[in-house]
Design a protein around this ligand. Structure first.
Ligand code: SF4
Ligand code: SF4
Length: 288
């Protein structure tokens, strides 16, 4: 597997607003996500803990899905959420925020981007480090294994050029997101839907609060692989750390949110925001 990623970042962005044929590959099945994020990066339980240990709990956000049938539905805030035995199912991923980016040779444009994407270099701020998610390190290996279209190929189709240089499936793929082996390690079940009143509605509107996000981060951190058990003491500690943690990520999200235009609109070329994230404490990236 080999890709030409320079100047791309297609898998770190929601570039649907600038695509001639926007794909919505995350919403084709019977359980569409409640949120509208594109290319959400799902994290494993141990990765969630690593982000918390690094004081980056504010970079994490949950994803829940609409139920495919009444049998699996857990109704919260009037929404039928997919679950198992009355427990809403969720993953924890990385937050995104609208940034001024210039992928694929475009003029600088406001697009929703992973919080860790450097909008200047289009490189990942945590690439190769101990917080670099498995899902990113092995992308698009799972797609290649399942013979599903990759984001690299979507970019090729939309804007031309060759991005996917070699489609060999890597040997070290992380376990799949779904299936029994994922329970408690990548796919989590919330033990008490009563705690989610009001939360599900805000998640569906794309406006979860820090406490809402921390509720799910806590359960994920307190989960046990292969079981539905949640260590409540550990979950409570993780919840607290997630709420209290306010890293450069929160400051960057606040900065961009105050200034961003509509998604897909041009950025004022005189804005001069090149070093903003670094000045807030974000790790630097190198050029290509
Ligand atoms: S979409 Fe493919 S080519 Fe583009 S940055 Fe992601 S992995 Fe690299
Ligand atoms: S963590 Fe890095 S590689 Fe993964 S989506 Fe975010 S910016 Fe892209």
């Amino acid at each position: 597997m080999e890709m030409r990623c320079e100047g791309c970042a297609g898998c770190c962005l929601d570039w649907r607003p600038v695509s001639p044929s926007p794909a919505d590959h995350e919403r084709r099945g019977p359980r569409p996500p409640l949120d509208d994020a594109y290319n959400l990066v799902p994290l494993g339980r141990d990765e969630v803990r690593t982000f918390l240990d690094a004081g980056l709990g504010d970079a994490l956000t949950p994803r829940l899905w609409a139920a495919a049938s009444p049998a699996e539905a857990v109704t919260v805030d009037g929404v039928d959420v997919a679950g198992v035995n009355g427990r809403p199912a969720f993953v924890v991923g990385l937050r995104s925020v609208r940034k001024p980016v210039a992928p694929f040779g475009l003029d600088r444009t406001w697009l929703d981007a992973c919080v860790f994407l450097d909008p200047e270099t289009l490189r990942c701020r945590i690439h190769g480090g101990d917080r670099y998610p498995d899902a990113c390190a092995t992308y698009p290996g799972r797609n290649l294994e399942l013979n599903q279209e990759t984001e690299c190929e979507r970019v090729e189709s939309a804007v031309g050029g060759v991005r996917l240089l070699d489609d060999d499936v890597p040997a070290d793929l992380p376990p799949p997101l779904f299936g029994p082996q994922a329970l408690g390690s990548r796919l989590f079940l919330h033990p008490d839907p009563g705690r989610l009143t009001g939360v599900v509605e805000r998640v569906a509107r794309g406006t979860p609060t820090a406490a809402d996000r921390a509720e799910f981060v806590g359960v994920a951190a307190g989960s046990s692989p292969g079981t539905v058990a949640v260590n409540e003491a550990r979950a409570a500690r993780a919840r607290e750390r997630a709420v209290d943690g306010a890293s450069w990520v929160s400051e960057a999200i606040e900065f961009w949110t105050e200034r961003a235009g509509d998604s897909g609109t041009r950025v004022d070329p005189s804005a001069g925001w090149a070093d903003v994230e670094a000045s807030l404490g974000a790790p630097e990236t190198e050029g290509w």
